[in-house]
Design a protein around this ligand. Sequence first.
Ligand code: KG4
Ligand code: ZN
Length: 300
Amino acid sequence: MPEIASRNHVEKISQVIDEAMEGAGKSFDDMDMIAVTYGPGLVGALLVGVSTAKALAFALDKPPLVPVNHIEGHICANFIEFPDLEPPFVCLIVSGGHSHLVHVKEYGQYEILGRTRDDAAGEAFDKVARTLGGLGYPGGPKIDQLAKVGNPEAVNFPRVYLEKGSLDFSFSGLKSAVLNHINQCKMKDMEIVPRDIAASFQASVVEVMTNKAIMAAKQCGVDKIVLAGGVAANNGLRESLTVEAKKNDFELYYPSLELCTDNAAMIGCAGYYDYLNGVRGGMALNAVPNLKLGVKPEPS
Ligand code: KG4
Ligand code: ZN
């Protein structure tokens, strides 16, 4: 519901900023710059952030304003967690809005190797949670918990690899398969076991993401695989990639849980690197809902 999301952003933004400043024990005078997400995402929500950042910069007479790509922020969460981590590496960015496999060749230099052709990974987790009923939002962590006590082999959901060698993802077929399974159970009067469905669904997502991440790292000739985004918090994914990375001699990095899901620290970190590279936004800065990775804004 983009309008509701946008309205909630308007209602909450001042409170969130106040809480963040209070939690950090800082005042506006301590701030050197303001970094703000200007894309990709829902335009209404992005505009609230961009307008607020511009208003703050103007009111505090405190440029520079540094526009940040949200996905770059997710990658940067790893630089906060692992200060010694350096490119090149392959990054699997899986969140509620995005599923990308990216070759990070240098700081700020990206090659997108694959992306989802339909739903994002987190979206699939959330939709399946809704189908299972009563799990609330976000559904990812609930499915993750249920999967721990379920049987991943209970239902043989499809593994969607697409064409041979493709590093793209597709999750909508899997989502439909879960729905079909539940409908069939109802028709045949069979018991619906949420924990088994959750475990079997997660096993399918995790297997495909793990294998594609390993394939991407081999293809790029890097020795590091990095996870980012809300779904990087998934225990099944972390465990599976830990095993496969070890087997294939890759080093694996993933941020702590609070840095996986959306947070301001990662945007601040990305903004810092952009700032050092001379990226600046002015009062004409606008939201860019379909912002591409690695594209920097025209000076405004
Ligand atoms: O990165 P994020 O906080 O926001 C976006 O940029 O979208 O990701 C949120 C997504 C939600 O879809 C949520 O269900 C999913 O990440 N998520 C998880 C887990 N924790 C959060 N998915 C699977 N397992 C988890 N443990
Ligand atoms: Zn995010």
